[in-house]
Design a binder for this molecule. Structure first.
Ligand code: UDP
Length: 399
């Protein structure tokens, strides 16, 4: 008796979404998965590579510090790599001096030249907050209500205008809520229970997730719906983790993203700034921050250093999309693309496809959220395949 051939799936994109999904599929059912990535490396924007001149592990698309409260996600990444403890202790270089970020008791006391204890600082900051704002409607109102004008203008206003290219009144309050305000001396940038950086870099973790006999990776393979000839004999299902608007050839217009660029800092020093990340919130400094990558691996020793100034700008054709802006116009466009996505498999020339990840769902997501969603989504997909029903087209719902 001959057995049925194993199904083959195609996953577009080798960031955490595509990679975790591919692994979960081959572990969850008898199948083959091919993973395509248009770049010359796996790992998407988490890609890390040792710098040839210094030997330092560089986060090629900007700093990535893994932080999560999710036990399952933390265990999952540990299957594929050794994570070393790393605490991001960001500093802010302002015209009024160098301060600790996120705003904590040291920041407050230094900024106002005081020696307050936690309760005194809490009352003091509350007295600075704008009492006329009840329900903050945007980033600026949220900041003014929480901190008052002086702290807002020193630490947030300029940085946010540079980072997002728009006024803080045009951004949702939720962007500010990513950052805590602390009335103690805890200067850890993140609040999550588990924090770390993979000892051998993210690309090695991703490479190990993909290291399975039933997974094949093709690099330098650009996926373009208009030239892609779907055939059931090649692949029975496609999972797409690239930008949603790109899948449809930008037919409805472009979703707004900010992108970042990096400028190599020329230095002969062995330690350029003494810290992994220093933010520059003043508007008259054109970049947002400087990252010095040797400080992301304090367990390694390097005689030389490598650092980059980070600039933020609007994403133009050809740029790498980083931060989804999600302005009102973007959200209307997203709705259109999501309906096109829902209908795609039954439309002329369509084929069965699901969309997953930060770019395909157009959301501001940390690595841990991406991994968690890919695990949950793959469980749903496996169940659909077992029950011979169609997998969900998207992992999430849009309001
Ligand atoms: N932010 C700021 N000043 C800082 C750091 C952050 O104004 O020194 C604002 C900025 O608008 C940023 C938001 O807070 O987009 C969230 O910061 P986070 O560090 O979470 O940004 P991300 O991780 O997205 O780079």
């Amino acid at each position: 008796m001959t057995s049925l051939p194993k199904p083959r799936f195609l996953v577009i994109g080798s960031g955490f979404s595509g990679t975790v999904l591919a692994r979960q599929l081959v572990e969850g059912m008898e199948c083959f998965v091919e993973v395509w990535d248009e770049r010359s490396h796996v790992a998407g924007n988490c890609h890390t590579e040792r710098d040839a001149a210094t030997g330092v592990m560089v986060h090629k698309y900007g700093p990535h510090i893994f932080n999560t409260d999710n036990e399952q996600v933390w265990k999952y990444v540990h299957r594929f790599g050794d994570f070393r403890p790393f605490v991001n202790r960001v500093k802010a270089c302002t015209s009024r001096g160098m301060f600790s970020m996120p705003i904590n008791l040291l920041t407050i006391n230094q900024f106002f030249g005081k020696t307050m204890n936690p309760d005194e600082a809490r009352n003091f900051i509350a007295s600075l907050g704008d009492k006329t704002i009840n329900e903050p409607k945007n980033f600026e109102e949220q900041a003014l209500k929480m901190l008052g004008r002086e702290l807002y203008e020193t630490f947030f206003k300029g940085y946010t205008i540079k980072q997002w290219g728009c006024h803080p009144t045009d951004l949702p309050a939720s962007v500010l809520k990513r950052l805590p305000i602390r009335f103690n001396y805890d200067d850890n940038y993140y609040e999550k229970k588990y924090q770390g950086i993979p000892a051998e870099g993210y690309t090695e973790v991703i490479r190990r997730i993909l290291d399975h006999p039933n997974i094949t990776v093709r690099l330098g393979e650009k996926f373009d719906v208009s030239s892609f000839h779907f055939s059931l004999s090649a692949f029975s299902y496609i999972f797409y983790t690239g930008p949603l608007d790109a899948f449809f050839g930008y037919s409805e217009g472009r979703l707004g993203y900010r992108t970042v660029t990096f400028e190599h800092v020329e230095t002969d020093s062995s330690d350029y700034q003494g810290n992994a990340v220093i933010n520059y919130p003043d508007l008259d400094t054109p970049f947002t921050r400087i990252h010095e990558h040797k400080h992301f691996t304090p367990w390694e020793k390097h005689d030389k250093t490598v650092a980059f100034r980070e600039y933020s700008k609007e994403t133009e054709p050809g740029d790498i999309p980083y931060y989804p802006k999600r302005l009102a116009t973007d959200q209307a466009l997203l709705k259109k693309y999501r309906s096109l996505g829902e209908e795609f498999s039954i439309s002329p020339g369509g084929f069965p496809v699901s969309f997953l990840g930060r770019l395909a769902t157009y959301r501001y997501m940390d690595m841990e959220a991406v991994i968690n969603e890919a695990i949950v989504f793959s469980e749903n997909v496996l169940q659909s395949f077992r029950e011979k029903t169609a997998p969900p087209v998207f992992p999430n719902h849009e309001r």
